[in-house]
Write a protein that binds this ligand. Structure first.
Ligand code: ZN
Length: 133
């Protein structure tokens, strides 16, 4: 298994990690298979979405803030219940097929670490599994 760290800079932020994940796929030497990207955190998520127009991630973060506002009404005493809920909405992993030694992403797709309670140091785990022949 591979891993790398990401230092986030704001409370909510989407960090494009596509390049790092692709480097781990290349290091794995797997030509055809499956890449799992997973984070061992409870207030951050992993998603795939457009990385061409940067306003897309701004819209996603702003809309998630409207869906799950930061509030003192939650029971969780740590004050970051909104971050826990947003993380569960997006999920903690993504599975991407590997073809020809590369992530089989669409033209406009990128992989994002979604920070909901930053700034923090986050870890990303990447496992690349070769397809059976
Ligand atoms: Zn908490």
């Amino acid at each position: 298994m591979f891993s790398f760290g990401v230092r986030t800079e704001r409370r909510t932020q989407m960090v494009d990690i596509t390049g790092e994940v692709q480097r781990k796929v290349a290091e794995s030497g797997v030509d055809e298979g499956v890449c799992v990207v997973y984070i061992p955190h409870t207030t951050a998520g992993i998603t795939i979405n457009e990385n061409a127009d940067p306003s897309v991630v701004v819209d996603i973060l702003e809309h998630l803030d409207k869906l799950v506002p930061r509030s003192s009404q939650f029971k969780h005493r740590e004050g970051n219940a909104d971050a826990h809920i947003k993380s569960s909405l997006l999920g903690f992993s993504q599975t991407i097929l590997v073809r020809g030694g590369r992530l089989a992403l669409g033209t406009w797709q990128g992989i994002f670490l979604c920070e909901f309670d930053g700034p923090r140091n986050r870890n990303v785990f990447v496992q690349v599994v070769r397809a059976a022949e």
